[in-house]
Design a protein. Structure first.
Length: 105
């Protein structure tokens, strides 16, 4: 398993993603649902408008299953940087939480 700091731009309104998270649809996805649910619920918004989070993953290329099932519907320009576990969260801890902000459009 590897951990990644993920950066992405929202494709538009993220209310549908929030509904998927709140309904438990993402957490039930196998085998990555728990990790993706946690990461997206704790995602942050950078001052440059990028959305960032730490994600652990087993795929090569990174986040392949997550992109196919969820991420590519809501995000564009997705990039990953390998980080030691927890260090990505440390780097973005001072940023505002995505879901505390106004709806993304």
């Amino acid at each position: 398993m590897a951990d990644y700091l993920v950066r992405a731009r929202a494709k538009g309104d993220l209310r549908a993603l929030k509904e998927e998270l709140d309904s438990g649809a993402i957490v039930r996805m196998k085998p990555f649902g728990n990790a993706l649910d946690f990461s997206l619920k704790n995602a942050r918004t950078g001052p440059d408008g990028w959305i960032v989070w730490e994600e652990n993953d087993y795929c090569t290329p990174p986040l392949a299953m997550e992109r196919a099932a969820v991420l590519d519907r809501y995000f564009t320009d997705l990039s990953v940087e390998r980080v030691p576990q927890g260090k990505g969260w440390e780097r973005i801890d001072d940023l505002p939480r995505l879901w505390d902000a106004a709806p993304q459009e």
